[in-house]
Design a protein around this ligand. Sequence first.
Ligand SMILES: Cc1cc2nc3c(=O)[nH]c(=O)nc-3n(C[C@H](O)[C@H](O)[C@H](O)COP(=O)(O)O)c2cc1C
Length: 431
Amino acid sequence: MAQADRTTDALPSRSGTAYRGESNLCSLVYRSRAKITLSDYELYELVQAAQRRNAAESITGLMLYDEGRFYQWLEGPAENVAGLMRSISADHRHTDIEILSDKPATQRQFGDWKMRLATRGIRSMHSINNVVIPTVTTLSDIHRYPERTPGLLADMSTATTAAHSPGLANLPLKGPAGSILKDILVTVVLPELLVRHAGESRKTPWPIDHRARALADLLIGSDTEAATDLLRTLQDSEGAIRHLYENLIEPAARRLGDLWGADLCSELDVTLGLSQLHRAVRLLNEEMLQPTIPKGMFLPAVLIVPEPGEAHMLNSVLDSDALGSIGWDPLTEFPATDEALQDLIAGTWFDALDLSLSPAFRRENWLPRVTHTIALARHASRNPALVVVVGGRIFAEDTTAGSRVGADNISTTALSTAHVIQEELNKKKNG
Ligand SMILES: Cc1cc2nc3c(=O)[nH]c(=O)nc-3n(C[C@H](O)[C@H](O)[C@H](O)COP(=O)(O)O)c2cc1C
């Protein structure tokens, strides 16, 4: 273990909590390099396990994971911190450990944070409570000036955490991602949609007129009422809503993922963008989708879940809305682990399981995990002929991926999910 800078300088203590009766406290800050890129799920597991041991050993602090590096502040009884540091030093998940600060402390900097995660964007925000999201400047300073890391981490003790911040879905998508998403809508998605629609019902193609631009603005902005009015007008005059639904939401989600892949926006931007798209879907649903199932028809019992650990739930929500809108009554759940999913599926009879991955990211490396989840779900199911349908970007782009994970079929858009499930049920019924 290298020792970059062993400092005894006083660190800022902005939210320090004096624990009465606590003596022999120390704080230790180190940085290290991850040996492999951690997935959201691996990070989630690491933090969960850390929180359990830290709670038992009165250790608090913060762990930042960014660009393949860990930075961690540990504080607590000196002998416990030393013991934990021995374990951490032997951990094969990281290397090049450098102690940046190690000194006695009179109070805790991180109060009761058993080990909070700080990370760029929001990665596993749905599965890890209270993620701290540092600013890009802070992250850049931490990477460039390791000697300033302790102070910069200490500053994060006063940060507003993601779980405490106001509803994500209501945050307007500003900055580059907002304008990029608008551009996509205006220059790519809407023209495709409008030209296609024009081909069916009008003699001349519909130009990208002010209504399309306004709609894009409104869907991305926060003026729900105006957006609904405009949708109504569009529907009355053009009947284009269904095409909008099919062509706007999922392609836009994929393009957000591409932007992230090209480093043009952050994961937080992607998630905010997905929230906005979800809001748009809700509007479209209210306007367009009415129950179409005749009374008395058999309604399959469907369980809709994202893959446990998946932070992007838009696909599940879209499927849930789409099935609900045609009169089905799916159960939509967000199990955090395979075990929780197994419990769900063992407890009730389901005809079909609808399992999805991110609509924005490809998540190719998740396929083995999905295979495992499906095998466990089939094993736990009360229904030996359970139909499993998978969705998400990877399955829309690589149509062989569905059978590779052991699913019966894939659904490439929420509007086809009911049809795909019905077809698979019929196949199983007819042997
Ligand atoms: C970067 C990093 C930070 C970690 N932080 C903690 C932590 O705060 N608390 C904890 O109990 N384990 C933490 N761990 C896991 C420990 O290294 C170790 O696996 C765990 O404490 C079990 O210790 P043992 O193998 O000695 O029983 C961390 C691992 C890594 C790679």
